[in-house]
Structures are given as C-alpha cells and as structure tokens.
Write a protein that binds this ligand. Structure first.
Ligand code: GLP
Length: 238
C-alpha cells in the first residue's frame, strides 16, 4: 500500500491494529521500536483517548532488545516500549514482554521468550519497521529464515543508524537479543511500515527482490498475510 504521506502510513496501519483489537480484546500484538511505528502508536493513542479502543486486555511481545545496557537505560527497548507503548496506550505492564537482555543465560532466556509467545497463543498481528540494510527486528543480513529468538551481533550500519539515540557510537551496544525470522513468520499477520527515501532501497529489495538472507525482510514474501505500507518516498525504488 503506497500512501501520500508518513502520517497516512501511521493512520492506515493503526486502523488495521485497531480492528484486530476490537474483534479480539485479548489480541497478542507484536510490538516494534524505532521511529517507523511512532505514527502508528500516535494514531492508536488518539483512538484510546477518544474511548474508541482499549488495550487493557491485550498482550504484547517486543521484537528485540539490546544486550549490555541496564534495563532502566532510557534507550533499552524495555524503557522505550514502556514509554512509547505501554503507558500511552494503557497496556497492562504485566502483559507486555521484552526479551531479557540482562539474563545470566541469554540463550536460555531467548528460548523461553519463544515459549512464552507460543503459550500466549502466538502473535495475532506483528508490527515491523525495516532497517536501511533490510533487517527486521535485529535480524541482520545473513540471518536464517528459520531462525528463532537468539543473541545476534549488530551490523556496523545498524550501530551507526542507532547512534542517534546514544551520546556516541561507542555507547551503542554491539549485541542484541531478537526474535528470529522464523519466530516473526509464525505471527498470524505481519504489518511492515516504512517512510522516507532512506528506506526505498530496502523496501524494493524486500518486496520485489529475490528471497535472500542478505535481505531479511524478503522473508515476508513467504507469509500468507503480510502487508507493507509505505509513503511515496519509501516507494521510489519499486
Ligand atoms: C532498529 C530496530 C528495528 C527497526 C529498525 C528501523 O534497529 N531494531 O526493529 O525496525 O531498526 O528503525 P527506524 O524505524 O528507527 O528507522
């Protein structure tokens, strides 16, 4: 879906999420961080504030988390999800989960995260942004399409892209825990949003290119119910 503006992208994507939650108030929502979904959260907040929608019974699972920064660091994804999603949208914090980047045994924590998603009945609708290098979650190029939640090394470009959230590049973590591409593909519906010409190459490669582990978002082509919503700038490579 190509829309004239970034604001329209947020509105149209939010409408899809709102209709899922209206049909099923206990829906499991796959949550993404980054700038791309901010318009979605803003439009959902408008609906919540207007009394049209409630996330009180919904559940949430975030895609990913940094390793090596404290939970209360303002840029930990636990902090970001609480600030950008849980509080403004009125989720019950006990029903929203973020991979545990502080776990003593990260591999065990990663496997437990996948088990917790399955125990919740699976993700009903997964929000996704896309990295300039085609990553989704933190599944960097060469990630296996069958991968599950695990520890990954961040690509140099991702660390540079995300350095805007930190004081300097050397403060950006080098590792993360991310849902795998296989975990993401298990969601019943995928909703990827992108805005701006910086994403045009990644969107064209993901949507029109061959399936390739070098473009992790091309995995969406394998899903039976995936929607990509972009503004005109992000559509220029199509
Ligand atoms: C980040 C996140 C992704 C996000 C992507 C794009 O590193 N881990 O979930 O989709 O990179 O970020 P942005 O939306 O800020 O461009």
């Amino acid at each position: 879906i190509i829309l004239p503006s970034a604001a329209e992208v947020g509105r149209v994507a939010a409408a899809k999420i709102a209709s899922r939650v209206t049909e099923k108030p206990t829906a499991v929502i796959g949550l993404a961080t980054g700038s791309s979904p901010q318009g979605i959260y803003a439009d959902l907040k408008r609906r919540v504030d207007a009394g049209e929608l409630s996330f009180a019974l919904a559940r949430g699972f975030a895609l990913d988390e940094y390793l090596g920064i404290p939970a209360d660091h303002p840029q930990s994804y636990l902090s970001v999800i609480r600030r950008d999603v849980v509080e403004p949208l009125g989720f019950n914090p006990d029903r929203v989960h973020v991979p545990d980047g502080r776990a003593a045994d990260p591999e065990f924590a990663a496997r437990s995260y996948d088990s917790a998603i399955a125990a919740a009945g699976g993700v009903d609708i997964q929000i996704l942004g896309i990295g300039a290098n085609g990553h989704i979650g933190f599944n960097e190029p060469t990630s296996s399409f069958a991968s599950r939640t695990r520890v990954k090394t961040l690509a140099p470009q991702t660390r540079e892209d995300n350095s805007r959230f930190f004081d300097s590049l050397d403060q950006v973590p080098t590792h993360c825990m991310t849902q795998g591409l296989g975990t993401i593909l298990d969601a019943r519906e995928l909703l990827l949003v992108a805005q701006g010409d910086g994403k045009a190459h990644a969107i064209a490669a993901a949507v029109e290119g061959p399936l390739s582990s070098f473009v992790p978002a091309s995995a969406l082509q394998l899903h039976e119910h995936a929607t990509v919503i972009v503004d005109e700038a992000a559509a220029t490579g199509l």
